[in-house]
Design a protein around this ligand. Sequence first.
Ligand SMILES: C[S@@+](CC[C@H](N)C(=O)[O-])C[C@H]1O[C@@H](n2cnc3c(N)ncnc32)[C@H](O)[C@@H]1O
Length: 182
Amino acid sequence: MKKYLKADLIYTILSNKFKDELDNYPTALRREKKFKYYLEMVKPKIALEIGTCSGMSAALIAMYAEKVYTIDTQNYPISKEIWEYLGIFEKIVPYVIGTEDRNGEKEKIVKTLEFDFAYIDGAHHYESVKFDFDLVKNKCKKILFDDYNYPTSPGVTKFLHELNGISNKILDGKNWFAYVEL
Ligand SMILES: C[S@@+](CC[C@H](N)C(=O)[O-])C[C@H]1O[C@@H](n2cnc3c(N)ncnc32)[C@H](O)[C@@H]1O
């Protein structure tokens, strides 16, 4: 297993290996330093991610956590290549949910899992963000959202403002991340 230091920039390492192929995937690893700031603060043991995509954010979380569950509506074969290449394949458990009853499937999966940190970065419209939050809020108290205040994701911002209005729980909201501790 290759050993990478937390000081290494995973996105740079992956860009050197996979080159332009990575340009096709949205990823929070383009804001890796800020992402690491949250992971260092939270110190997750077992994490749940909603929105796997290329697997880059799951890979970063796996550098901090013992195990990462990650759920997506699609399978992106590059994710397995990335996890193999970084030597963290065994720490990540991916789930691909179908398109028929994706929320029902997601709910069934999440109910079976135990985790202490959730990263919500799946569908970004209001109903979906609310659904994902409601799904994880009784399981863990530490939740990081991506795309808060991001111009094309007003649903994320609306949901977080509602949450903030109710309980003033957004601890930070910079670089399009928002961290909530319940
Ligand atoms: C912005 S990308 C995730 C990027 C990834 N977290 C990263 O930072 O490297 C959003 C992903 O959410 C997935 N997605 C869309 N709707 C979803 C849903 N209802 N539940 C779970 N994932 C969903 C998309 O297929 C896409 O791969």
